[in-house]
Design a protein around this ligand. Sequence first.
Ligand code: BTN
Length: 234
Amino acid sequence: MIGKRIIRFDKLDSTNDYVKQHLNALDHGTIIFAYEQSKGKGRFGNVWVSNPGNLYISLLIKNQEYRDNIFDLHIKVSVVLIELLKKYQIEAYIKYPNDIIIGKRKIAGILIETVGYNKARNIILGIGLNVNQVNFLELNEKATSMFIEIGKELKLDEILSDFIDMFNKKSSYLNMYDKYIKKSIIIGRKIGYQGIIYTVKTVEKNGKILLQNSNGETEIDFDKLTLCKEYKNL
Ligand code: BTN
């Protein structure tokens, strides 16, 4: 169960960093919520601009569930966000591994961090979901929000409670994986890797990408994929 305890802040530097700094005092499933972040973090060391109006949360995962295959968590959170958006009549897709997009514009970003090793490994799942932001200025081509998509202001508390309910719902791993695959825009796309053109055949259960061409198949990791210009332009 997640979300039994939610700790709210008007402003934090970063909800992920707060969890890291208070790891021992927080129980499994605790959610840290901030209305605003002054140093919101994105992947690859990017800044996640975090003005008031959107959802900024971090969930602490202390149990064993995702320790052996963290990609299961990428799948779970991506599918939950897709279903949450669907509840508000928003049809979104997944840009592997876990960006949530509409067309070419991002509506949610996910930052998964781990702290500690083996049995003492804890996972911090950070989510930034654009809810009520009306204008992204120079990022208007790259970002969207629920408000922009449906023209309605939404209550952050309701969205958070939907997220918690959907995350807590038991669903078989295969069912989740199936939904993830159906919503992944990368599958079927052409990618140039080491000077050779491949079609992305699928995303495997361990999170690797399976590429295929007339000479056969090859598997690549996420870090190699990010080097492909076709991936960047998806
Ligand atoms: C990305 O680059 O796509 C990931 C963005 C993750 C942003 C969220 S907002 C809540 C949590 N706290 C952070 O500092 N980052 C994540």
